[in-house]
Design a protein around this ligand. Structure first.
Ligand SMILES: Cc1cc2nc3c(=O)[nH]c(=O)nc-3n(C[C@H](O)[C@H](O)[C@H](O)COP(=O)(O)OP(=O)(O)OC[C@H]3O[C@@H](n4cnc5c(N)ncnc54)[C@H](O)[C@@H]3O)c2cc1C
Length: 347
């Protein structure tokens, strides 16, 4: 029987594996596809966990000192109280996997869990893979991401996303955010020469690429950026994105739910990865203390605050005209922003 198994090898699962190995716990991680596969996301990382990732020798994180929010006619400039980052998500996942393997961590790829017999207080979990292999597990860490509920229930896919890398830096050390009708877009440097652009939008049913470039063409600032800076995509990913939500978790014993499997946060506050890493570290700590219930309480509290603030920002960013009203308010009452930043772990 395996003492502890992590299901899912995204940022959350791999962080948890590293955090457990740091504490001398040799967990097994099961990933349904391959570690480091391209996934729909922005590549901004909130300040909360930059230090933790650097402690794991991830030195490729680009320093992000400020953000520029652009509504319809008005812009707002924010200097982060602590350094945030930009990174290539695939590279970070591969690095975390490499580090874990050096520490004798075990990772099995192409190992999709298709059936779970939940544990009881007296019996372990039984995980079955797509090939029919069974693994008996005492404690399970679910890091199955936004699509976690595939195990449990169909997923609601409400949004569409576009993500691409391009060779250029639009504004060094800066996260650029653009509020668009029914959409928002973020651009962040992920290396000294490369940026990531990610856009979340409500699909209008036409070709996503056309919809995206149609929005860009109608936005003066973006039109200029895309025309003058040659943001030609060197990789392109498009597809549906699920609804953002606090997940309804089954009441299984000896279980920890981390990252998006616990709560998928709106990208508007850029806290998804930070929540993945911080919940992973907390789960490892409280697993060692044998306190899954304390974990559940603390992680739910953290996720709830970020979820509600994220939802507010998510709605605001989809209405550029409303943003034009909100920006002068944020400028005249900076304490509001400071409270929000504090609550989501940016200070
Ligand atoms: C458009 C968009 C933009 C975003 N931008 C940002 C941003 O700029 N900054 C930020 O911090 N966050 C952002 N996010 C959120 C961020 O992408 C997620 O919070 C983060 O990827 C969650 O990581 P995770 O490890 O929990 O899940 P995932 O990265 O989804 O990993 C889950 C893993 O589990 C595996 N898995 C699932 N089911 C099984 C199974 N049954 N068996 C085995 N393996 C399984 C999957 O293959 C996958 O590799 C964005 C999200 C979207 C949609």
């Amino acid at each position: 029987m395996e003492a502890i198994v992590i299901v899912g090898g995204g940022v959350a699962g791999l962080s948890c594996l590293n955090a457990l190995l740091d504490r001398g716990i040799p967990a097994l991680l099961l990933e349904g596809s391959k570690v480091g596969m391209p996934k729909m996301c922005g590549e901004f990382i909130a300040p909360e966990v930059v230090a933790a990732l650097e402690k794991w020798e991830i030195n490729s994180i680009q320093k992000i000192r400020e953000a520029s929010f652009n509504a319809k006619n008005k812009s707002f400039h924010l200097v982060f109280p602590k350094l945030a980052g930009g990174f290539s998500r695939s590279e970070v996942e591969l690095h975390l996997a490499e580090r874990a393997k050096k520490m004798k961590g075990r990772i099995r790829e192409d190992f999709q869990i298709v059936k779970i017999v939940p544990a009881t207080h007296n019996t372990p979990y039984i995980f079955t893979s797509q090939t029919g292999e069974e693994i008996i597990v005492k404690t399970a860490i679910f890091a199955t991401g936004k699509f976690a509920q595939t195990i449990l229930a169909p997923i609601k896919k409400k949004y569409a996303g576009i993500k691409f890398h391009f060779e250029n830096i639009i504004a060094p050390e800066t996260l650029l955010m653009f509020s668009l009708p029914n959409a928002y877009l973020g651009i962040v440097p992920i290396s000294e020469t490369m940026s990531n652009c990610a856009c979340l939008m409500k699909s209008n049913g036409v070709d996503l690429k056309n919809q995206f470039y149609g929005m860009v063409a109608q936005h003066k600032q973006l039109r200029t950026i895309f025309a003058e800076k040659k943001c030609n995509a060197v990789s392109w990913l498009e597809g549906q994105a699920p609804n953002f939500e606090l997940k309804k978790l089954p009441d299984w014993p000896h279980a920890f739910w981390i990252g998006d499997a616990l709560a998928s946060l709106h990208p508007a506050i850029g806290s998804g990865f930070a929540h993945g890493v911080s919940s992973a570290i907390l789960a490892a700590e409280l697993y060692c203390l044998n306190q899954p219930n304390v974990y559940l309480k603390l992680s739910n509290q953290n996720a709830k605050i970020k979820y509600h603030i994220g939802k507010m920002m998510h709605l605001l960013l989809q209405y550029p005209r409303v943003g034009d009203f909100a920006i002068p308010l944020a400028q005249s009452q900076p304490w509001i922003l400071n409270v929000l930043l504090h609550k989501i772990g940016y200070t």
